[in-house]
Design a protein around this ligand. Structure first.
Ligand SMILES: Nc1ncnc2c1ncn2[C@@H]1O[C@H](COP(=O)(O)OP(=O)(O)OP(=O)(O)O)[C@@H](O)[C@H]1O
Ligand SMILES: [Mg+2]
Length: 256
């Protein structure tokens, strides 16, 4: 049975989407069958993997509203073998209100994923920067939550709230849910601040922390504008190497 990982942190711009795209691509490169689900109405995973957000025939929104099937919604990536996506665009922002009266609305995504779960080794869900119904759906669907933490001064801010939400979901909606781990992103080796943040989080956060630290790397920021993951855009860059190492760590964790 495939592993389902929600990439979540309600703080904006910490590297959720960059991690969802590149971890997915690196797992696929390792021969894993991967589905990445764009659960963010910003649609950055969708555009970052080369899809024109506003030209999509079927999106996660249609799927969640019961207006298309999982097969309609799935697109195979042109550049990376073994990588599929359920894309999203701004329409998804309406889902929260439109699904307000639907019974069991916290399980809509889970019920759709259950139909295809056996076809994948990994399902990676990119969450929006809030703790809303979409994030709750992602956490209800997931086995684990992977939390990117940006190496900056306010890194720990909001983490208590995030952990609280994970615990609430675990108590009420998904008793299997665990924290996959924390991954540091945008580490800048030239500043003391990055190092201080890493040490501070390690001291204060009682969670699994990945050994791999993602450096600040301009190639990672450029890749989405070409619609490809870092493994295609610049396979020898530091960003590609480090996301490969993260993928190996994530893969090996499953064997523990
Ligand atoms: N390691 C990195 N090195 C350089 N730039 C990065 C790195 N990781 C992310 N970025 C850039 O930082 C910005 C925010 O990253 P990203 O979109 O992945 O964050 P996010 O958490 O998904 O944001 P949001 O909360 O809006 O969804 C983007 O412009 C991205 O290209
Ligand atoms: Mg994002």
């Amino acid at each position: 049975m495939g592993r389902i990982i929600a990439v979540a942190n309600q703080k904006g711009g910490v590297g959720k989407t960059t991690t969802a795209i590149n971890l997915s691509a690196c797992l696929a490169e390792l021969g894993q069958r991967v589905l990445v689900i764009d659960a963010d109405p910003q649609g950055n995973t969708t555009s970052g993997l080369g899809y024109e957000k506003n030209d999509l025939e079927h999106t996660l929104y249609d799927l969640m509203l019961g207006q298309c099937s999982v097969y309609d919604c799935t697109i195979e990536n042109d550049f990376v073998d073994n990588l599929d996506i359920w894309p999203s665009n701004i329409n998804l922002s309406g889902a929260e209100i439109e699904l307000l009266d639907v019974p069991e609305k916290e399980y809509i995504l889970k019920n759709e994923v259950a139909k295809i779960r056996g076809s994948y080794d990994f399902i990676i869900i990119d969450c929006p920067p809030s703790l809303n119904m979409l994030t709750v759906n992602a956490m209800t669907t997931a086995d684990t939550v992977l939390v990117p933490i940006q190496c900056e001064y306010y890194a720990l801010e909001g983490l208590t709230q995030l952990m609280h939400t994970v615990n609430l979901v675990k108590e009420r909606l998904n008793e299997k849910l665990e924290i996959e781990g924390v991954v540091f992103t945008m580490y800048d080796a030239r500043t003391n601040l990055s190092l201080e943040v890493v040490e501070n989080v390690k001291e204060n956060l009682d969670q699994n922390i990945y050994k791999t630290i993602i450096p600040r790397n301009v190639r990672l920021a450029e890749a989405p504008s070409y619609g490809v993951p870092i493994t295609i855009y610049d396979p020898r860059s530091a960003g590609a190497e480090n996301y490969r190492m993260l993928a190996e760590e994530v893969l090996n964790r499953g064997d523990d």
